[in-house]
Design a protein around this ligand. Structure first.
Ligand SMILES: *[C@@H]1O[C@H](CO)[C@@H](O)[C@H](O)[C@H]1NC(C)=O
Ligand SMILES: *[C@@H]1O[C@H](CO)[C@@H](O)[C@H](O)[C@H]1NC(C)=O
Ligand SMILES: *[C@@H]1O[C@H](CO)[C@@H](O)[C@H](O)[C@H]1NC(C)=O
Ligand SMILES: *[C@@H]1O[C@H](CO)[C@@H](O)[C@H](O)[C@H]1NC(C)=O
Length: 648
């Protein structure tokens, strides 16, 4: 057994030695390699009825080739570097390689295959000439001649336009009613006013409900802050996804601490999972403390329906937009590969979004990639709700059961990660894998977007809620203890440090199998642990500068808009990047600018979504259920209670 393990390890080392990874190369060597990304002028090409093609090429030498070996050895560090033996080009073929034009047979239209062949020979000629390397076209995005005429509107697009018109009309009518009706008339017609914009604006700005026992004010600030982390990660992600101008800088900064913090900051999604299961369990446990009766089945369905009504309207509208009008929102050399490809996926898998199963069904096709979170959150919310209701009777026992489940899920994740050679977040977000939207990376489906991979976050939230109520029951005030105050304050920094520095544990280059699996299974729980300690501190009133910063009242409105921003920032930004005419730059300066740019545009765009879709739907639901409750009360009361009838 041991002998086999040792020999396996030796074989791995030998293999690593043979593939001969090159970690550092000089600038001179770097720029001897061919440029990875290039785009010719798109609009000029099409306006002059030229042929424009975009695609990716594989280079190969025709004999021993020193430069090619250098490229291979440098690309062997696949965690940090692009694969330099693949080139990505968008060329005005008709202008560059007029002499290679395919012969046109009269009476026969141009074939796409002929254009692709033209494109390939054009690139091959230039790489043969400059590098003595032959290029083979392995992925053609498109070839087109002349300007693209948009098709007529499809039924789907007409329907979406009609829907938006109806929505705006509803908002207008409701707003007029809200402004003109008397207070008395309003009371009877709350449902008719649910679309009123001033009314929604008031609910948006309403102060969050307060509770004397538990200080939850920090949650709003935390939500906005986490959203910002997600946005910066996605900004850099999208740029990696398109054509990048400064690959050298990108590869060099990938191991810088701030770049790792940024790339790994998708771990903060765990905070969202924790908050959502914590708040759920906290609400139910509060009912238990007050001694209220909670019928299991009814609570389950009511809570789930409430959740679905909160999340769905905006979500479905954005999915519908993505499946209809999005493809018309711009143009550019990268528009077809980036946006139109995604729109086509959205058109075929939209129904999985409606069922909140898009992270499991057709998991490889990504439509609005960030929405995996909504699906996973809904699934885990249901699970957390069931667990809380199942553990209703046990108090201390619940903590043991949840801890055991947490440990079990971590062990299971480790087992899966080891068997399938899955990798932790930072390695998963490697350049080539981002370029292909993780289509060759099983870790994304199994660990990142699956409910299983995120179960530790949800369980940690449940555990936190149960622990908190246990403490309340036994009247322990944690903020009295010095050790706790210290650990609560320091765990904020430790969690940030963990995000930034955990990739360093694996060392440079390709990670070992066991180490990668261990980090993949543990990075989320460890992060969740430190965040949990910090949150417990914030709830128990441990004073800390970050706590008071996050408890600022002004976050409330931003927190309510965060959901819209989550939905919108990626499509918005992707459109902006895909409409670029030249490869994009990504370095610290531009990342900061883009970060705040995207964040403000997303929050601004989330405002109409919240005012016209999200809040009206919630208000309508509330008004209708109040109406129903009242009519129930009436019909129940009618046979034997006449007093109530006369009152009404
Ligand atoms: C190109 O490479 C081949 C094989 O490596 C070699 O035989 C040939 O001489 C090279 N041509 C030039 C122009 O360097
Ligand atoms: C780089 O791309 C080539 C051609 O597609 C492939 O054969 C090679 O395995 C890739 N290298 C790495 C390190 O992935
Ligand atoms: C590229 O061109 C060279 C000669 O110019 C040829 O030998 C080679 O087969 C071509 N490669 C491809 C993939 O067509
Ligand atoms: C979207 O991201 C790109 C680069 O990632 C950035 O240049 C652009 O400004 C961003 N969009 C907005 C709305 O700021």
């Amino acid at each position: 057994m041991w002998a086999r393990a040792v020999s396996l390890a030796l074989a791995t080392v030998a293999l690593a030695g043979a593939s001969d990874v090159l970690y550092e190369i000089s600038d001179e060597q770097y720029y001897e390699m061919p440029t990875l990304f290039h785009l010719d002028e798109y609009e000029r090409c099409l306006a002059t009825r030229g042929v424009y093609c975009t695609g990716s090429f594989e280079l190969s030498p025709q004999g021993p080739h020193q430069l090619f070996q250098l490229m291979q050895r440098y690309a062997a560090n696949w965690v940090d570097n692009f694969n330099h033996t693949r080139l990505h080009r968008g060329l005005c073929v008709s202008q560059r390689c007029r002499q290679l034009a395919p012969q046109q047979h009269p009476g026969q239209g141009e074939h796409n295959a002929a254009l692709a062949e033209w494109f390939e020979s054009c690139v091959n000629e230039s790489t043969m000439l400059s590098y003595n390397l032959s290029s083979r076209l392995y992925q053609l995005e498109y070839c087109r001649r002349g300007e693209v005429n948009p098709d007529g509107l499809s039924t789907n697009e007409r329907a979406f336009a009609g829907f938006v018109a109806i929505l705006l009309a509803l908002c207008a009518v409701s707003t007029v009613l809200d402004l003109t009706l008397s207070d008395h008339a309003k009371k009877g017609a709350a449902w008719a006013l649910s679309f009123s914009i001033p009314g929604c604006w008031r609910s948006l700005l309403a102060p969050p409900p307060c509770s004397s026992e538990t200080d939850l004010r920090a949650f709003d600030g935390l939500r906005v802050l986490c959203m910002m982390c997600v946005i910066i990660e996605h900004v850099c992600w999208i740029t990696t996804h398109t054509f990048l101008a400064d690959t050298r800088r990108y590869e060099q900064t990938r191991r810088a601490l701030d770049a790792m913090l940024m790339a790994n900051s998708t771990l903060v999604v765990q905070i969202f999972f924790m908050m959502s299961s914590f708040l759920l369990a906290h609400k139910l446990l509060q009912q238990r403390r007050r001694g209220e009766q909670v019928p299991v089945v009814r609570t389950f369905f009511d809570t789930m329906i409430n959740r679905i009504i909160r999340v769905s309207p905006s979500y479905f509208v954005v999915v519908w937009f993505a499946a209809s009008w999005w493809s018309r929102a711009g143009s550019g050399p990268m528009w077809t590969p980036l946006i139109e490809a995604e729109v086509n996926i959205c058109r075929s898998k939209w129904w999985t979004h409606l069922l909140y199963l898009n992270n499991i069904v057709y998991a490889n096709d990504k439509c609005l990639i960030q929405t995996w979170y909504l699906a996973a959150d809904m699934q885990l919310y249901g699970l957390s709700l069931l667990l809380t209701l199942a553990l209703w009777r046990c108090r201390r026992g619940a903590i043991y059961v949840l801890t055991a489940l947490l440990a079990g899920s971590i062990a299971l994740l480790f087992g899966l990660a080891y068997t399938w050679r899955l990798v932790p977040t930072f390695v998963m977000h490697r350049p080539e894998s981002v370029r292909t939207t993780y289509s060759t990376e099983p870790s994304f489906n199994v660990l990142y977007q699956s409910p299983l991979g995120n179960v530790p976050g949800a369980l940690a939230g449940l555990l936190l809620a149960h622990l908190h109520h246990q403490l309340l029951d036994s009247r322990i005030v944690l903020s009295k203890y010095k050790w706790f105050r210290w650990s609560a304050v320091s765990s904020v920094c430790v969690s940030a440090w963990w995000v930034a520095a955990s990739p360093l544990l694996l060392g440079r280059g390709a990670p070992g199998r066991g180490g990668a699996a261990a980090l993949a299974a543990l990075e989320r729980p460890i992060f969740a642990f430190f965040v949990g300690v910090a949150l417990l501190g914030a709830m128990h009133g441990v004073p800390s500068p970050i706590g008071s910063f996050l408890s600022w009242r002004g976050w409330g409105c931003g927190a309510r808009l965060s959901f819209g921003a989550l939905l919108l920032h990626l499509p918005l930004n992707k459109s902006l990047v895909a409409a670029r005419l030249a490869p994009t730059q990504l370095d610290r300066q531009s990342a900061i600018l883009e970060w705040f740019g995207v964040a403000s545009v997303s929050y601004l765009a989330a405002l109409p979504l919240a005012l016209c879709v999200e809040l009206p739907a919630q208000r309508l639901h509330r008004a209708l259920s109040a109406l129903r409750r009242r009519s129930h009360a009436q019909s129940d009361a009618a046979p034997h209670d006449t007093r109530q009838k006369t009152d009404l």
